[in-house]
Ligand binder design. Structure first.
Ligand code: ZN
Length: 345
């Protein structure tokens, strides 16, 4: 019987070693250790042995059973690891394949122009102020020296919601609101935002566009401060060699008022189609804040003075990027927008 056991053990171990997958191993387990297996049979036959032999044989059967079980488990572990390894190899990724290109977006040209102007003025100590696009007649016109019936209102016809509520025609109401809130304190702000006019859309006009206005109020603020500020702006937007010139103009909220031209960035001043052969391009309107506007907001126009200017973001972007139709900015045509690639920044 001892001989028989040893032989069974050898057989079982050899089969375990030879098994190449988990199913074969399971078959070996059932065949040798199962209820109908030979080892169980031997245990059942123990009753026929003499009482002296029984403990010895019992111990031997247990040892064999343990050996076979341990071998079996060790082999299962190995085969399982192999299976995982094979799966990993089969599913491995070929890192040498070229990747799929992700299409990155870029900032809208108007956003870029506005952010560039904001950066410049923030670096000069200005704050950015914003206000409502649906505005009261009072802040859009009256507080800016444009009482009801003033002829200059005709130049800024807009969309009315009620008699007293309208879509703002410029960002100047933000200036009026800021002056009111500051109660006589000095101010240095720029106000970027959407504005609206009752205009028919064409290549250079839009019923909605972006404006950036600036306002400085303090002691001893003079025309020369305005000129220096606008000179810095022109150089930042169109290059260090640019110069500006001021021409007299009229706005109800400034006195004196000026139109500001910048020397042509394309021809350098000799004359070309961009500057209509004049060497100069009109870029913005500006002036010294009208005493009436200061007084209406509670400022003492004898003690404090200020300047203001207003820029059209579209106008700057059209000149800077050579865009020939203002409507391109709003139609969201990807062929247009993708030309302003982020690497240019
Ligand atoms: Zn030119």
């Amino acid at each position: 019987m001892e001989q028989q056991l040893k032989q069974l053990e050898q057989e079982a171990l050899a089969k375990i070693e030879a098994a190449s997958n988990l199913k074969e191993l399971n078959d070996v387990r059932v065949a040798y250790l199962g209820k109908k297996g030979p080892i169980t049979d031997l245990l059942k036959g123990m009753g026929k042995l003499s009482p002296e032999e029984r403990p010895k044989m019992g111990a031997l059967v247990n040892t064999v059973r343990e050996n076979v079980t341990n071998q079996l488990e060790a082999r299962i572990t190995i085969l399982e690891e192999q299976a995982i390894q094979e799966q990993l190899e089969k599913e491995s990724i070929d890192v040498t394949l070229p990747g799929r290109k992700i299409r990155t977006g870029n900032r809208h040209p108007l956003t870029r122009v506005i952010e560039e102007i904001e950066d410049l003025f923030l670096s000069m100590g200005y704050e950015i102020a914003e206000g409502p696009e649906v505005e009261k007649d009072y802040y859009n016109f009256e507080a800016l020296n444009l009482p009801k019936g003033h002829p200059a209102r005709d130049m800024q016809d807009t969309f009315y919601i009620t008699e007293e509520t309208l879509l703002r025609t410029h960002t100047s109401p933000v200036q009026a609101r800021t002056m009111e809130a500051k109660k006589g304190e000095p101010i240095r702000i720029i106000c970027p935002g959407k504005v609206f006019r009752r205009d028919n859309d064409d290549a250079t006009h839009s019923h909605q566009f972006m404006q950036i206005e600036g306002l400085v109020i303090g002691e001893n603020i003079r025309m020369s401060d305005l000129k220096g500020t606008l000179d810095a702006l022109a150089k930042r937007m169109f290059g260090e060699e640019r110069e500006i010139r001021l021409r007299p103009s009229f706005f109800p909220f400034t006195e004196p008022s000026v139109e500001v031209d910048v020397s042509c960035h394309k021809c350098g001043g000799t004359g070309c189609n961009v500057c209509k052969q004049t060497g100069w391009i009109e870029i913005l309107g500006a002036g010294m804040v009208h005493p009436n506007v200061l007084e209406m907001a509670g400022y003492d126009s004898k003690k404090l003075s200020g300047f203001a200017f207003g820029i059209g973001a579209e106008r700057i972007a059209m000149l800077k990027y050579g865009v020939d139709d203002i409507r391109h900015f709003y139609t969201n045509d990807i062929r247009f927008l993708s030309q302003f690639h982020r690497t240019e920044e």
